[in-house]
Design a protein around this ligand. Structure first.
Ligand code: SF4
Ligand code: SF4
Ligand code: FES
Length: 291
């Protein structure tokens, strides 16, 4: 970021920020809430969902706050009727095509914006069966909104593995491994960083998937405990999500200076040993009586 600064009005309040600051960052610093979907603090904005649009004085079209940088002298409004109408339509289109039921954030926005996808007379919901290919995570693309976050996290924003990408065009566009091979046969290294950023639960831990299938997923009863991964010297911060005294998934805080929310396969999935039955060596008494 440069040493220069720019001054602009956001919702009639004057703010001065370093040149290069996005409108979203400036608004967040003023506690003005702008909804996002494809943006995440630990990823480069890909600018595809258009949920974060705002209105800039003199601009013909609405502009995406997550990627547009602040301009000196600009006047931006974040919550006009035009802005709300556009966000409502984006939410309706997403909801008419995907299963958003496992995204609390999107459910909240749908209700806040009064989005009603039922007004689309012939909605085409994606009905891809979940891909259950290993014991670690499940890909249920009927919930995928093509936000690209998993692709970014797998690629040059975090993991540099490039195991998944968007394949196809238009209605046929989908997240896929190379030649659509099953995940265990792909380049995937099972860091799970894609799960960590997925906003709709299209990617989820196998533990969560199984517990949901058994109607036993109870997030309101879960607690989160921070600890440090003990597998190597990097010292990543882990958030252990537990239910009924069992670890059910592991995440890392997106704003953490070491991990930026990303982990490797050991920190993300290597926790089953914590719950393994304790092995007790036979005592000398029981050895004697066995003889
Ligand atoms: S799987 Fe999740 S993170 Fe990936 S594009 Fe779909 S919704 Fe986004
Ligand atoms: S998550 Fe991976 S990189 Fe981080 S401390 Fe654990 S083993 Fe090391
Ligand atoms: S959050 Fe800005 S375009 Fe998606």
């Amino acid at each position: 970021m440069s040493n220069k600064s720019v001054s602009l009005h956001i919702d009639d309040q004057l703010i001065t920020v370093p040149e290069g600051t996005t409108i979203l960052e400036a608004a967040q610093s003023m506690n003005i809430e702008i909804p996002t979907l494809c943006w995440a603090e630990n990823l480069t904005p890909v600018n595809v969902c258009r949920l974060c649009v705002v209105e800039a004085e003199g601009a013909r079209t609405l502009i995406p706050a997550c990627s547009r940088t602040c301009e000196d002298g600009a006047a931006v409004k974040t919550n006009t009727d035009r802005v709300r109408e556009n966000r409502r339509m984006v939410l309706e289109l997403l909801d008419s095509a995907n299963d958003l039921s496992q995204s609390d954030n999107l459910q909240e926005l749908i209700s806040d914006y009064g989005a009603d996808s039922d007004r689309y007379t012939d909605p085409v919901k994606t009905t891809t069966p979940p891909k259950v290919e290993d014991d670690l995570f499940v890909r249920a693309y009927e919930r995928c909104v093509l936000c690209y976050k998993c692709v970014e996290a797998c690629g040059d924003d975090a993991q540099f593995t490039f195991a998944i990408a968007v394949a196809g065009r238009g209605f046929d566009a989908k997240i896929s491994t190379e030649h659509d091979v099953p995940l265990p046969e792909s380049a995937c290294v099972y860091c799970g960083n894609c799960i960590g950023v997925c906003p709709t639960n299209a990617l989820q831990f196998k533990t969560e998937f199984d517990m949901r299938e058994a109607a036993n997923w109870r997030p309101e009863e879960q607690s989160v405990t921070e600890t440090i991964c003990s597998y190597c010297g990097v010292g990543c911060t882990l958030e252990l999500h537990t239910q009924d005294n069992q670890i059910v998934k592991v995440t890392s805080p997106a704003d953490h200076s070491v991990t930026s929310g990303h982990l490797c396969v050991k920190g993300r999935f290597g926790w089953q040993y914590v719950q393994a039955p304790v092995y007790r060596a036979p005592s000398s008494d029981s050895e004697q009586s066995a003889k």
